[in-house]
Design a protein around this ligand. Structure first.
Ligand code: SF4
Length: 381
Protein backbone atom coordinates (compact mmCIF):
# COMPACT_ATOMS: atom_id res chain seq x y z
CA UNK A 1 0.00 0.00 0.00
CA UNK A 2 1.22 3.46 -0.86
CA UNK A 3 2.24 5.58 2.10
CA UNK A 4 -0.02 8.59 2.62
CA UNK A 5 1.41 11.96 1.54
CA UNK A 6 2.91 13.78 4.52
CA UNK A 7 0.70 16.47 5.96
CA UNK A 8 2.00 19.91 6.82
CA UNK A 9 1.82 19.02 10.49
CA UNK A 10 3.86 15.83 10.00
CA UNK A 11 6.38 17.68 7.89
CA UNK A 12 6.70 20.34 10.56
CA UNK A 13 7.15 17.73 13.33
CA UNK A 14 9.72 15.87 11.29
CA UNK A 15 11.70 19.07 10.72
CA UNK A 16 11.65 19.80 14.41
CA UNK A 17 12.73 16.27 15.35
CA UNK A 18 15.52 15.63 12.91
CA UNK A 19 17.89 18.06 14.60
CA UNK A 20 19.50 19.42 11.46
CA UNK A 21 22.74 21.28 12.04
CA UNK A 22 22.09 24.83 10.89
CA UNK A 23 25.16 24.87 8.73
CA UNK A 24 23.72 22.05 6.62
CA UNK A 25 20.07 23.10 6.69
CA UNK A 26 19.11 23.80 3.11
CA UNK A 27 17.21 26.77 1.83
CA UNK A 28 14.39 24.31 0.99
CA UNK A 29 14.18 23.16 4.62
CA UNK A 30 14.02 26.73 5.74
CA UNK A 31 11.47 27.70 3.15
CA UNK A 32 9.35 24.68 4.02
CA UNK A 33 9.49 25.40 7.71
CA UNK A 34 8.52 28.99 7.03
CA UNK A 35 5.74 28.04 4.65
CA UNK A 36 4.33 25.48 7.03
CA UNK A 37 3.83 28.23 9.50
CA UNK A 38 3.04 30.89 6.93
CA UNK A 39 0.77 33.81 7.58
CA UNK A 40 -2.22 32.15 5.90
CA UNK A 41 -2.27 29.43 8.55
CA UNK A 42 -3.91 31.71 11.06
CA UNK A 43 -1.55 30.62 13.85
CA UNK A 44 1.35 28.17 13.74
CA UNK A 45 4.91 29.05 14.66
CA UNK A 46 4.81 32.83 14.36
CA UNK A 47 2.87 35.69 15.82
CA UNK A 48 0.96 37.45 13.03
CA UNK A 49 3.05 40.65 13.00
CA UNK A 50 6.45 38.96 12.57
CA UNK A 51 8.43 40.67 9.78
CA UNK A 52 9.77 38.73 6.77
CA UNK A 53 13.24 38.79 8.35
CA UNK A 54 11.87 37.48 11.63
CA UNK A 55 9.83 34.83 9.84
CA UNK A 56 12.82 33.56 7.81
CA UNK A 57 15.16 33.59 10.80
CA UNK A 58 12.75 31.87 13.18
CA UNK A 59 11.85 29.29 10.54
CA UNK A 60 15.51 28.48 10.02
CA UNK A 61 16.26 28.33 13.74
CA UNK A 62 13.29 26.15 14.56
CA UNK A 63 14.06 23.80 11.73
CA UNK A 64 17.17 22.58 13.50
CA UNK A 65 19.38 24.63 15.78
CA UNK A 66 22.29 23.09 17.66
CA UNK A 67 21.06 20.99 20.54
CA UNK A 68 22.64 22.79 23.49
CA UNK A 69 21.55 22.04 27.07
CA UNK A 70 20.72 25.65 27.94
CA UNK A 71 18.31 25.70 25.02
CA UNK A 72 16.21 23.00 26.61
CA UNK A 73 15.25 25.10 29.60
CA UNK A 74 13.48 28.31 30.49
CA UNK A 75 14.91 28.26 34.03
CA UNK A 76 16.40 31.76 34.46
CA UNK A 77 19.09 30.45 36.81
CA UNK A 78 20.32 27.83 34.32
CA UNK A 79 20.21 30.35 31.45
CA UNK A 80 22.08 32.88 33.56
CA UNK A 81 24.84 30.35 34.39
CA UNK A 82 25.20 29.47 30.70
CA UNK A 83 25.40 33.12 29.63
CA UNK A 84 28.08 33.90 32.21
CA UNK A 85 30.11 30.81 31.24
CA UNK A 86 29.83 31.66 27.54
CA UNK A 87 31.37 35.10 28.05
CA UNK A 88 34.79 34.93 26.36
CA UNK A 89 34.60 31.11 26.18
CA UNK A 90 33.69 28.77 23.32
CA UNK A 91 30.57 26.60 23.44
CA UNK A 92 32.59 23.35 23.30
CA UNK A 93 34.69 24.38 26.30
CA UNK A 94 31.63 25.39 28.31
CA UNK A 95 29.57 22.22 27.81
CA UNK A 96 31.23 19.92 30.40
CA UNK A 97 31.53 22.72 32.95
CA UNK A 98 27.90 23.70 32.56
CA UNK A 99 26.63 20.18 33.22
CA UNK A 100 28.90 19.68 36.23
CA UNK A 101 28.18 23.10 37.70
CA UNK A 102 24.42 22.59 37.57
CA UNK A 103 24.72 19.11 39.04
CA UNK A 104 26.70 20.54 41.93
CA UNK A 105 24.60 23.72 42.34
CA UNK A 106 21.19 22.88 40.83
CA UNK A 107 19.44 26.00 42.16
CA UNK A 108 20.33 29.59 42.89
CA UNK A 109 19.84 28.84 46.59
CA UNK A 110 22.32 25.95 46.42
CA UNK A 111 24.87 28.22 44.77
CA UNK A 112 24.25 30.99 47.30
CA UNK A 113 24.77 28.61 50.23
CA UNK A 114 27.99 27.10 48.89
CA UNK A 115 31.38 28.13 50.27
CA UNK A 116 33.40 30.22 47.82
CA UNK A 117 36.13 27.60 47.62
CA UNK A 118 33.62 25.02 46.32
CA UNK A 119 32.27 27.41 43.73
CA UNK A 120 35.76 28.38 42.55
CA UNK A 121 36.75 24.75 42.31
CA UNK A 122 33.69 23.94 40.14
CA UNK A 123 34.74 26.78 37.83
CA UNK A 124 38.41 25.93 37.95
CA UNK A 125 39.83 25.69 34.43
CA UNK A 126 37.25 27.98 32.79
CA UNK A 127 39.26 31.11 33.59
CA UNK A 128 38.12 34.70 34.08
CA UNK A 129 37.36 34.04 37.72
CA UNK A 130 35.79 37.41 38.36
CA UNK A 131 32.81 35.98 36.45
CA UNK A 132 32.20 33.27 39.01
CA UNK A 133 32.86 35.53 41.98
CA UNK A 134 30.22 37.91 40.67
CA UNK A 135 27.86 35.02 39.92
CA UNK A 136 28.25 33.80 43.48
CA UNK A 137 27.69 37.28 44.92
CA UNK A 138 24.65 37.76 42.74
CA UNK A 139 23.26 34.34 43.73
CA UNK A 140 23.43 35.42 47.36
CA UNK A 141 21.54 38.61 46.52
CA UNK A 142 18.87 36.66 44.66
CA UNK A 143 18.53 34.09 47.46
CA UNK A 144 18.26 36.85 50.01
CA UNK A 145 15.57 38.61 47.95
CA UNK A 146 13.67 35.31 47.75
CA UNK A 147 12.93 35.61 44.02
CA UNK A 148 14.77 35.80 40.73
CA UNK A 149 14.64 39.31 39.21
CA UNK A 150 12.02 39.42 36.48
CA UNK A 151 12.62 42.67 34.62
CA UNK A 152 15.51 43.75 32.41
CA UNK A 153 16.54 46.51 34.83
CA UNK A 154 16.46 44.19 37.84
CA UNK A 155 18.56 41.59 36.01
CA UNK A 156 20.98 44.27 34.82
CA UNK A 157 21.49 45.36 38.43
CA UNK A 158 22.97 41.97 39.38
CA UNK A 159 26.76 41.90 39.86
CA UNK A 160 28.58 40.81 36.70
CA UNK A 161 25.54 41.23 34.43
CA UNK A 162 25.93 43.64 31.52
CA UNK A 163 23.45 44.77 28.87
CA UNK A 164 23.98 41.75 26.65
CA UNK A 165 23.52 39.20 29.44
CA UNK A 166 20.51 41.03 30.87
CA UNK A 167 18.83 41.10 27.44
CA UNK A 168 19.60 37.41 26.89
CA UNK A 169 18.15 36.30 30.24
CA UNK A 170 15.16 38.65 30.01
CA UNK A 171 14.21 37.49 26.52
CA UNK A 172 15.00 33.76 26.76
CA UNK A 173 13.73 33.09 30.28
CA UNK A 174 10.89 35.61 30.48
CA UNK A 175 10.08 36.40 26.84
CA UNK A 176 10.72 40.10 27.38
CA UNK A 177 11.35 42.14 24.21
CA UNK A 178 15.02 43.12 24.60
CA UNK A 179 17.39 42.69 21.67
CA UNK A 180 20.81 41.22 22.39
CA UNK A 181 23.93 42.67 20.83
CA UNK A 182 27.07 40.55 21.02
CA UNK A 183 29.91 40.31 18.51
CA UNK A 184 28.00 37.84 16.32
CA UNK A 185 24.88 39.95 16.25
CA UNK A 186 26.85 43.12 15.49
CA UNK A 187 28.40 41.44 12.47
CA UNK A 188 25.07 40.13 11.17
CA UNK A 189 23.33 43.47 11.70
CA UNK A 190 26.13 45.44 10.01
CA UNK A 191 25.91 43.14 6.95
CA UNK A 192 22.15 42.85 6.89
CA UNK A 193 21.74 46.63 6.83
CA UNK A 194 25.04 47.40 4.99
CA UNK A 195 26.19 49.64 7.83
CA UNK A 196 29.80 50.72 7.35
CA UNK A 197 30.18 52.35 10.78
CA UNK A 198 33.06 51.15 12.97
CA UNK A 199 31.53 48.45 15.17
CA UNK A 200 33.99 49.43 17.91
CA UNK A 201 32.43 52.91 18.09
CA UNK A 202 29.67 53.62 20.58
CA UNK A 203 27.58 55.47 18.00
CA UNK A 204 27.59 52.49 15.61
CA UNK A 205 26.78 50.03 18.39
CA UNK A 206 23.88 52.18 19.48
CA UNK A 207 22.56 52.45 15.92
CA UNK A 208 22.79 48.68 15.39
CA UNK A 209 21.23 48.00 18.79
CA UNK A 210 18.31 50.31 17.91
CA UNK A 211 17.95 48.51 14.58
CA UNK A 212 18.03 45.09 16.26
CA UNK A 213 15.40 46.31 18.70
CA UNK A 214 13.20 47.46 15.78
CA UNK A 215 13.61 44.10 14.00
CA UNK A 216 12.81 42.11 17.15
CA UNK A 217 9.43 40.29 17.03
CA UNK A 218 8.12 40.97 20.52
CA UNK A 219 6.20 37.70 20.82
CA UNK A 220 9.29 35.61 19.93
CA UNK A 221 12.09 37.67 21.46
CA UNK A 222 13.95 34.76 23.08
CA UNK A 223 14.03 32.51 20.02
CA UNK A 224 14.74 35.42 17.70
CA UNK A 225 17.73 36.55 19.78
CA UNK A 226 19.09 33.02 19.90
CA UNK A 227 18.50 32.62 16.18
CA UNK A 228 20.45 35.78 15.40
CA UNK A 229 23.36 34.67 17.60
CA UNK A 230 23.25 31.20 16.05
CA UNK A 231 23.29 32.67 12.55
CA UNK A 232 26.38 34.69 13.42
CA UNK A 233 28.08 31.67 15.00
CA UNK A 234 27.37 29.17 12.21
CA UNK A 235 26.50 30.92 8.93
CA UNK A 236 27.36 34.61 8.86
CA UNK A 237 30.96 33.84 9.78
CA UNK A 238 33.55 36.60 10.20
CA UNK A 239 35.80 35.72 7.24
CA UNK A 240 33.63 33.45 5.18
CA UNK A 241 29.91 34.28 5.30
CA UNK A 242 27.97 31.29 3.92
CA UNK A 243 25.39 33.35 2.10
CA UNK A 244 24.11 30.43 0.00
CA UNK A 245 22.88 28.73 3.18
CA UNK A 246 21.63 31.90 4.84
CA UNK A 247 17.91 32.30 5.53
CA UNK A 248 18.32 36.08 5.31
CA UNK A 249 20.08 36.20 1.95
CA UNK A 250 16.99 37.67 0.25
CA UNK A 251 16.88 40.58 2.70
CA UNK A 252 20.62 41.13 3.16
CA UNK A 253 21.84 44.42 1.71
CA UNK A 254 25.52 43.47 1.95
CA UNK A 255 24.90 40.32 -0.10
CA UNK A 256 22.78 42.19 -2.64
CA UNK A 257 25.63 44.67 -3.18
CA UNK A 258 28.43 42.07 -2.92
CA UNK A 259 29.82 43.73 0.21
CA UNK A 260 29.59 40.86 2.66
CA UNK A 261 33.37 40.38 2.82
CA UNK A 262 33.97 44.07 3.48
CA UNK A 263 31.71 44.26 6.51
CA UNK A 264 31.69 44.81 9.39
CA UNK A 265 34.06 47.78 9.61
CA UNK A 266 36.48 47.37 12.47
CA UNK A 267 38.94 50.23 12.68
CA UNK A 268 42.27 49.46 14.18
CA UNK A 269 42.98 51.44 17.27
CA UNK A 270 46.23 53.38 16.96
CA UNK A 271 48.78 51.92 19.39
CA UNK A 272 49.28 53.95 22.57
CA UNK A 273 52.38 56.14 22.56
CA UNK A 274 54.10 56.71 25.90
CA UNK A 275 55.04 60.36 26.54
CA UNK A 276 57.07 61.81 29.40
CA UNK A 277 55.76 65.29 30.22
CA UNK A 278 57.14 67.76 32.73
CA UNK A 279 54.76 70.54 33.77
CA UNK A 280 56.07 73.55 35.66
CA UNK A 281 54.17 75.33 38.39
CA UNK A 282 55.77 78.76 38.35
CA UNK A 283 54.41 81.05 41.04
CA UNK A 284 55.18 84.50 42.42
CA UNK A 285 53.76 86.78 45.07
CA UNK A 286 52.20 89.91 43.56
CA UNK A 287 52.53 92.82 45.96
CA UNK A 288 49.97 94.91 44.10
CA UNK A 289 47.14 92.54 44.71
CA UNK A 290 48.80 90.89 47.67
CA UNK A 291 48.16 87.41 46.27
CA UNK A 292 49.87 84.43 44.72
CA UNK A 293 49.95 84.23 40.94
CA UNK A 294 50.59 81.28 38.61
CA UNK A 295 52.20 81.42 35.18
CA UNK A 296 49.91 80.03 32.44
CA UNK A 297 49.57 80.19 28.68
CA UNK A 298 46.43 80.02 26.57
CA UNK A 299 45.83 77.83 23.50
CA UNK A 300 44.80 79.76 20.38
CA UNK A 301 43.96 79.25 16.74
CA UNK A 302 42.63 76.02 15.31
CA UNK A 303 43.85 73.85 18.18
CA UNK A 304 41.08 71.51 19.33
CA UNK A 305 41.36 73.05 22.81
CA UNK A 306 41.56 76.65 21.67
CA UNK A 307 40.74 78.98 24.57
CA UNK A 308 41.95 76.60 27.29
CA UNK A 309 44.72 77.56 29.69
CA UNK A 310 47.71 75.35 30.45
CA UNK A 311 50.78 75.17 32.63
CA UNK A 312 54.07 75.54 30.74
CA UNK A 313 56.00 72.42 29.87
CA UNK A 314 59.70 72.42 30.79
CA UNK A 315 60.89 72.89 27.19
CA UNK A 316 58.86 76.14 26.94
CA UNK A 317 60.87 77.78 29.74
CA UNK A 318 64.49 76.78 29.13
CA UNK A 319 65.83 79.36 31.60
CA UNK A 320 63.57 78.37 34.51
CA UNK A 321 65.10 77.40 37.87
CA UNK A 322 63.61 74.02 38.72
CA UNK A 323 62.60 73.15 42.26
CA UNK A 324 60.98 70.16 43.91
CA UNK A 325 58.73 67.57 42.28
CA UNK A 326 55.21 68.29 43.48
CA UNK A 327 53.44 65.22 42.13
CA UNK A 328 53.33 62.69 39.32
CA UNK A 329 50.27 61.28 37.59
CA UNK A 330 49.20 59.53 34.41
CA UNK A 331 46.91 61.04 31.82
CA UNK A 332 45.77 59.75 28.41
CA UNK A 333 44.84 61.97 25.47
CA UNK A 334 43.69 60.08 22.39
CA UNK A 335 46.47 57.51 21.85
CA UNK A 336 49.06 59.34 23.96
CA UNK A 337 49.71 58.02 27.44
CA UNK A 338 51.37 60.82 29.39
CA UNK A 339 53.37 60.23 32.51
CA UNK A 340 53.36 63.70 34.02
CA UNK A 341 55.84 65.06 36.48
CA UNK A 342 54.80 68.34 38.08
CA UNK A 343 57.68 70.51 39.32
CA UNK A 344 57.90 73.85 41.11
CA UNK A 345 59.91 76.43 39.15
CA UNK A 346 60.88 80.09 39.13
CA UNK A 347 61.52 82.53 36.28
CA UNK A 348 62.92 86.07 36.26
CA UNK A 349 60.00 87.36 34.21
CA UNK A 350 57.13 85.98 32.18
CA UNK A 351 58.20 85.18 28.61
CA UNK A 352 56.05 86.42 25.71
CA UNK A 353 52.77 84.51 25.41
CA UNK A 354 52.53 83.78 29.16
CA UNK A 355 50.42 85.50 31.78
CA UNK A 356 50.44 85.69 35.54
CA UNK A 357 47.03 84.57 36.76
CA UNK A 358 45.91 85.24 40.36
CA UNK A 359 45.33 81.99 42.18
CA UNK A 360 41.78 83.05 43.07
CA UNK A 361 40.90 83.13 39.34
CA UNK A 362 42.08 79.60 38.59
CA UNK A 363 38.78 77.86 39.40
CA UNK A 364 36.99 80.15 36.94
CA UNK A 365 39.30 79.57 33.95
CA UNK A 366 38.89 76.84 31.33
CA UNK A 367 41.88 74.68 32.26
CA UNK A 368 42.94 71.56 30.35
CA UNK A 369 42.37 68.37 32.32
CA UNK A 370 46.10 67.76 32.58
CA UNK A 371 46.65 71.23 34.07
CA UNK A 372 43.66 70.79 36.36
CA UNK A 373 45.17 67.56 37.69
CA UNK A 374 48.58 69.19 38.12
CA UNK A 375 47.11 72.15 40.01
CA UNK A 376 44.88 70.04 42.25
CA UNK A 377 46.37 71.49 45.43
CA UNK A 378 46.14 75.09 44.30
CA UNK A 379 42.61 74.58 43.05
CA UNK A 380 41.61 73.06 46.36
CA UNK A 381 40.16 70.03 44.50
S1 SF4 B 1 23.38 36.81 3.38
FE1 SF4 B 1 25.51 36.46 3.88
S2 SF4 B 1 26.26 38.42 4.70
FE2 SF4 B 1 24.02 38.50 4.71
S3 SF4 B 1 23.44 37.88 6.77
FE3 SF4 B 1 23.43 36.04 5.48
S4 SF4 B 1 25.47 35.12 5.67
FE4 SF4 B 1 25.56 37.21 6.46
Amino acid sequence: MEAPAPTNANRQRSLAEKSIQPDVATAADVATAANVAGPACGGGLFAPHVSPIGRALLGWYRSGNRDLPWRRTRDPYAIWVSEIMLQQTRVEAVLPYYQRFLERFPTVEALAAAPEQDVLSAWSGLGYYSRVRNLHRAARQVAEAGRFPRTYDEILALPGVGEYTAAAIASIAFGLPHAVLDGNVLRVMARLHADFGDIGAQATRKRLRDQAQRDLPHQDAGDYNQALMELGATVCLPRDPRCLLCPLSESCRARAEGLQHQLPTKLRRAPMVAVETTLLVVTRHCAEISAKEVLLWQRHGSHRMSGFWDLPEAHMLPGAALGATLRTFRHSIMNHAHRCQVMAAQVEEAPPGFRWIPRSQLPHLPLSTMTRKALRDLLGA
